[in-house]
Ligand binder design. Structure first.
Ligand code: NOJ
Length: 472
């Protein structure tokens, strides 16, 4: 491993090392203790939507096994655990009556995490909308901003004395691009641009109102988002023109029509621009003239609330070079035999450095990587171990690049591995394994992989172990 770094320490002193999950992907217990159905419970039961007909019903059964899972987190030395709340566990109908048992579950989980010295990071929305709200139009109904605010208020009233770190939305790009545009994720609809942007605007409004609510109830709250990313990586790192081409590919939205339409929403700016800068990218007015006139002018003030961090999820990027076209860049063709993870994504470690640099330049907030990891071909071997050396190699390369951003004095707040354990990978079902802990879905047995033991050393040494594996 080349030592890209000259500085010690490799990460800031207050850096937080964690692992991330989401309710629909790990909890199971889909109808236990009064929980209502979510759009994913419905979507995965419709034939042909999810690989092998896999469902969310049991998942990792975290809902019933969380005590044991916290013990594993503790063994791993995790400093923080990012999880999301299942809205329909707290409000089975999305609004109306609170399901106290659902709320108690999260309250007990938070207590147990804190008792183990693990800081809870709560994501309010990681894609599992209550089905009852979908029947009222879901994110297309402007009232959803009020429903979401009430849901948020209930959570901060209950957990806000103990949970300080709040992520309003996870990857709006994906739940709208895949769920509302190309229809491959729940709720599985394919709407025209205009309607998807209405939904996007409602997400932004819900974010702004929820952020205000969190601050009203939580002393010392830290609030932000976790966006999906489309990162431009300069083909030649030493050429400033390549760097600028990559910056454009990262920050400037593109507009696509036809079968590519959903990729329009992958662009990074649609959410943080209004949330942080108080405006939408100009390209919106160009393609949907007058679109914003349908909303009250005060919406933008509500959307644009001070935030404490900028969170992003990174898996891979696009390698680009400057081009003489409207957008100013073009993607390089795939190289023969390029390394790929099991899900088919290319391996692009330096994107973690470039993403950090471009996002910090654009938004000037401390950064969190809220997801990063890979799906690998993991199984329990004849001796009972999971030897996932690909994961260790992948993470070593990616984290070294993240550390490079620290060397450039970009404020890095933390890193969360995706995922704590193998789980339900949406339309891919249970085939993809992203965890540090292996889950046998027949017996629900957990087996920490070698990467979990390795990650423990990385955490303990605040990253030194990446560069000198003999140091623990
Ligand atoms: C992003 C999503 O937030 C998460 O739910 C998903 O499992 C990972 N990426 C891997 O695809």
């Amino acid at each position: 491993m080349p030592n890209l770094h000259t500085q010690d320490p490799f990460f800031p002193d207050a850096f937080v090392w964690g692992a991330a999950t989401a309710s629909a992907q790990i909890e199971g217990g889909w109808n236990q203790d009064g929980r209502g159905p979510s759009i994913w419970d419905v979507f995965c039961r419709q034939e042909g939507n999810v690989l092998n007909g896999d469902t969310t019903s049991q998942a990792c059964d975290f809902y019933n096994r969380w005590h044991d899972d916290i013990a594993l987190m503790s063994q791993m030395g995790l400093q923080a655990f990012r999880f999301s709340i299942s809205w329909s566990r707290v409000f089975p109908d999305g609004t109306g009556e609170i399901n106290q048992a659902g709320l108690d579950f999260y309250s007990q989980l938070v207590d147990a995490l804190l008792a183990n010295g693990i800081r809870p990071y709560v994501t309010l929305y990681h894609w599992d909308l209550p089905q009852a709200l979908q029947l009222k139009g879901g994110w297309l109904n402007r009232d959803i901003a009020d429903w979401f605010t009430r849901y948020t208020e209930t959570l901060v009233q209950c957990l806000g004395d103990r949970v300080k770190d709040w992520i309003t939305f996870n990857e709006p790009q994906i739940f709208l691009g895949f769920g509302y545009s190309d229809g491959t994720h729940a709720p599985g609809v394919s709407l025209p641009h205009e309607e998807v942007f209405q939904a996007a605007h409602h997400v932004n409004l819900a974010h702004g109102r929820a952020t205000k609510k969190i601050r009203e109830f939580v002393k010392d709250a830290k609030v932000g988002i976790a966006i999906a990313t489309k990162i431009g990586i300069p083909a030649d790192e030493h050429d400033p023109a390549h760097i600028e081409a990559a910056r454009k590919a990262t920050i400037h939205p593109e507009w696509k029509d036809g079968s590519d339409k959903h990729t329009t929403y992958l662009n990074n700016a649609w959410w943080p621009d209004p949330m942080i800068h108080g405006r939408y990218p100009e390209i919106l007015e160009k393609h949907l003239p007058g679109f914003l006139d349908q909303f009250p002018a005060s919406d933008m003030e509500e959307i644009c609330q001070p935030l404490d961090f900028f969170g992003y999820n990174y898996y891979f990027g696009i390698v680009v070079e400057p081009a003489d076209n409207e957008k100013g860049w073009q993607a390089l063709p795939e190289q023969a035999g390029e390394p790929r993870t099991m899900i088919g994504w290319p391996v692009h470690p330096s994107g973690l450095y470039w993403a950090s640099r471009f996002f910090y330049d654009a938004y000037q907030l401390p950064l969190y990587v809220f997801e990063n990891g890979l799906s690998s071909m993991d199984w329990v071997d004849t001796e009972g171990n999971v030897k996932d050396h690909h994961r260790i190699d992948f993470l070593t390369r990616y984290l070294a690049q993240y550390s490079r951003a620290h060397e450039d004095n970009i404020p890095l707040a933390g890193y969360f591995h995706w995922s704590l354990m193998d789980n339900f990978e949406w339309a891919q079902g249970y085939r993809e394994r992203f965890g540090l802990i292996h889950v046998d879905y027949q017996t629900l047995k957990r087996t920490p992989k070698e990467s979990a033991i390795w990650y423990q050393k990385v955490i303990q040494s605040n990253g030194k172990h990446l560069f000198s594996p003999s140091i623990t």
